[in-house]
Design a protein around this ligand. Structure first.
Ligand code: KG4
Ligand code: ZN
Length: 348
């Protein structure tokens, strides 16, 4: 185990270009992010090919900006971490190629990091971070899962979604309601001034045992309700409120179940939907009721960012794990195939 390390990180798995510098002694020194949201908005969703091309344009200036913000020269870096998957393959390849080449040129190790491990560990960047073991609710645009986290690289999946991810359900429902892309945050904002209880949608999977999720039926229920409505501003807000309340009730109930099942006393909430104010408030309340510590990243570290990749990469690099000279990019990469960094064998 190395004593200390300063790591540069790059994240380009979807529609955000991001770079960060993390120091194991001094904490986060810099993080920079460029969102492509305005570019994709005219198409109503992320266009993968455009995403890749825009990453190419933005990554080097962002990397320079991060080093400048951290007041760090290349010679002071001890390693490079980058998101190797899961994500859009073309987008991932841009970050992976830049990170791997940068590491080679500067004679330092590189490591491909799992995007979801980054999300799971993001609360470690905050004051009063969680201690292992914890239960993690990971709710993003691409994934919804509950995991028991025993330590770095020790992830036991307790439940996941059978269809849409929670963020995807937010986005698709928002689209059906005629909200502009990106729909999730817009729907959440609308829900804040909606009347609770005017529309009650089904709480998916609550009547069944287990910790899996399903959101596509809820989305359909909203679409069917919308058909018979004249959508004035308040009605739209009330529908948004009904949808959001159903999602939050389901997520909170499954978190409670996971805490009961594992006996773990800490809950971590991460991923883009973790930025949702009402969800944060509900889960904090759940924690207070049960004497469970609830930890979140700040909202900007719930959505995609490079700070979380820098943290996760640094923990593994400190323990001696690193890649060979290959550029790693995987559109799919199941998180339960990750292992503890101590099992890394540089010879094999
Ligand atoms: O983690 P993330 O930035 O990207 C993925 O790895 O998927 O998550 C993005 C997702 C989107 O579906 C977005 O609509 C959702 O997170 N999201 C929200 C909020 N902010 C972002 N959903 C509900 N309420 C929010 N405030
Ligand atoms: Zn993400």
């Amino acid at each position: 185990m190395r004593e200390r390390m300063r790591v540069l990180a790059i994240e380009t798995s979807c529609d955000e270009t991001a770079a960060a510098v993390y120091d194991s002694d001094q904490g986060l020194l810099a993080h920079q992010l460029y969102s492509q949201v305005a570019m994709h908005a005219q198409y109503g969703g992320v266009v993968p090919e455009l995403a890749s091309r825009d990453h190419v344009r933005k990554i080097i200036p962002l990397l320079d900006a991060a080093l400048k913000q951290a007041d760090t020269s290349r010679q002071e870096l001890d390693g490079v971490a980058y998101t190797a998957g899961p994500g859009l393959i073309g987008a991932l390849l841009v970050g992976a190629a830049v990170a791997r080449s940068f590491a080679l040129a500067n004679g330092i190790p590189a490591l491909g990091v799992h995007h979801l491990e980054g999300h799971l560990l993001a609360p470690m960047l905050e004051a009063n971070p969680p201690e292992y073991p914890f239960v993690a609710l990971l709710v993003s645009g691409g994934h919804t899962l509950l995991a028991e986290v025993a330590g770095l690289g020790e992830y036991r999946i307790l439940g996941s979604t059978m269809d849409d991810a929670a963020g995807e359900a937010f986005d698709k429902t928002a689209k059906a309601m005629g909200l502009p892309y990106p729909g999730g945050p817009a729907l959440a904002q609308l829900a804040e001034r909606g009347t609770p209880g005017r529309f009650t949608f089904p709480r998916p999977m609550l009547d069944r045992p287990g910790l899996d999720f399903s959101f596509s039926g809820l989305k359909t229920a909203v679409v069917v309700t919308l058909r018979d409505l004249t959508l004035d501003d308040q009605t739209r807000a009330d529908v948004a409120r009904g949808f959001q309340d159903a999602v939050i009730a389901t997520l909170a109930a499954k978190c409670a179940r996971a805490l009961d099942q594992t006996g773990v006393r800490t809950l971590v909430v991460a991923g883009g939907v973790g930025a949702n104010r009402a969800l944060r408030a509900r889960l904090l309340e759940l924690g207070e009721q049960r004497g469970v510590k609830v930890c979140y990243p700040r909202p900007e570290f719930c959505t995609d960012n490079a700070a979380m990749i820098a943290y996760a990469g640094c923990q593994r690099l400190l323990r001696g794990q690193h890649d060979d000279l290959s550029i790693r990019a995987m559109a799919r990469w199941p998180i339960d195939t990750l292992t503890r960094p101590e099992t890394f064998n540089p010879i094999s």
